[in-house]
Ligand binder design. Structure first.
Ligand SMILES: Nc1ncnc2c1ncn2[C@@H]1O[C@H](COP(=O)(O)OP(=O)(O)OP(=O)(O)O)[C@@H](O)[C@H]1O
Length: 283
């Protein structure tokens, strides 16, 4: 995927949102786009998606892009499963494969029981899961995630982390915007910032470490056969044994997504039983 000397403004008399953007992202790369509110991050992703046309310069992509927009339009007259089936068909999947992928994704996000619910009647969180599922469904060469984690519950955020990492590992090109500076930390191959001047610059200092102190998240997992937990878990969790083969891991909230991702991706495979915020004064 390559942008060459891309400039964008929404009208001849309007200001330039992006200027002289050169960006090449290869297969297997996972790239973060940062920047202040209104700096042009979504505009950049929409240009890569082909939804917007550049005012100057060129955008080249290896194939159709899959895209989770910042705002998903749920007012479509379909239920979740038939909407996903249509998305799959548009991307050239057979009806059988599209149906199977839709079922797998709804299941993975824990909303298989909502397959027959009209999009207009889904809760905001479930709707966001459908928005994410429609982008993951086609296994496109380019995946664009515009604050796609916002509105998801912690388990679903971890599933999306995992899915984004899988897409890159399978040779996809993944670009994402997220307000959490620790999002996909350790998996990101590069980060860029859109400046207030519209220029895209590499972020040299990488991903800042979340601050210690503050809110704590508790993740309870069941480790089959009482196998040892993976070592060097994010956030250096405090581990408490619970009944049977269950354990509770407590980490600063800023590390909880990374911890869940590592637990879900790691070996031994663990089952997440609960994720909750530790109340003040509780231990
Ligand atoms: N379709 C449009 N027509 C006119 N102006 C637009 C359009 N889309 C975005 N803009 C303007 O372009 C600028 C950049 O918007 P954009 O949504 O790309 O920024 P962003 O960095 O994604 O912001 P946020 O972090 O708030 O989502 C803003 O000033 C916005 O008002």
């Amino acid at each position: 995927m390559e942008l060459t000397a891309v400039g964008k403004r929404y009208g001849r008399r309007e200001r330039w949102i992006l200027r002289g953007v050169d960006l090449a992202v290869g297969p297997g790369e996972l790239v973060r786009i940062a920047g202040r509110n209104g700096s042009g991050k979504s505009t950049l992703l929409r240009l890569v998606a082909g939804i917007e046309r550049p005012s100057t310069g060129r955008v080249a992509r290896p194939g159709p892009a899959a895209y989770v927009p910042e705002r998903f339009p749920p007012a479509l007259p379909f239920d979740a499963a038939s909407y996903l089936l249509r998305v799959g068909r548009v991307h050239g999947l057979s009806a059988e494969r599209a149906r199977r992928r839709a079922g797998e994704l709804l299941d993975r996000f824990g909303v298989a029981d909502r397959a027959g619910t009209p999009l207009s009647r889904l809760s905001k969180g479930t709707c966001q899961k459908v928005a994410v599922a429609q982008a993951l469904l086609p296994e496109a060469r380019v995946l664009l995630l515009d604050e796609a984690w916002t509105g998801l519950d912690p388990e679903a955020r971890a599933v999306l982390d995992e899915a984004a990492a899988e897409r890159a590992a399978a040779g996809g090109t993944v670009l994402f915007v997220d307000h959490d500076p620790a999002r996909l930390a350790g998996l990101t191959s590069a980060a860029y910032r859109v400046g207030t001047d519209g220029v895209l610059r590499p972020v040299e200092d990488g991903v800042p470490e979340p601050a210690a102190g503050g809110p704590v998240m508790e993740v309870e997992v069941d480790v089959p056969d009482g196998a040892p937990l993976p070592t060097a878990l994010p956030g250096a969790p405090e581990v408490t044994a619970l009944a049977g083969t269950a354990v509770r891991l407590a980490v600063p909230a800023a590390h909880s997504d990374a911890l869940l991702r590592r637990l879900l991706l790691g070996r031994p495979a663990v089952r997440v039983l609960a994720v909750r915020r530790r109340e003040e004064g509780e231990r």
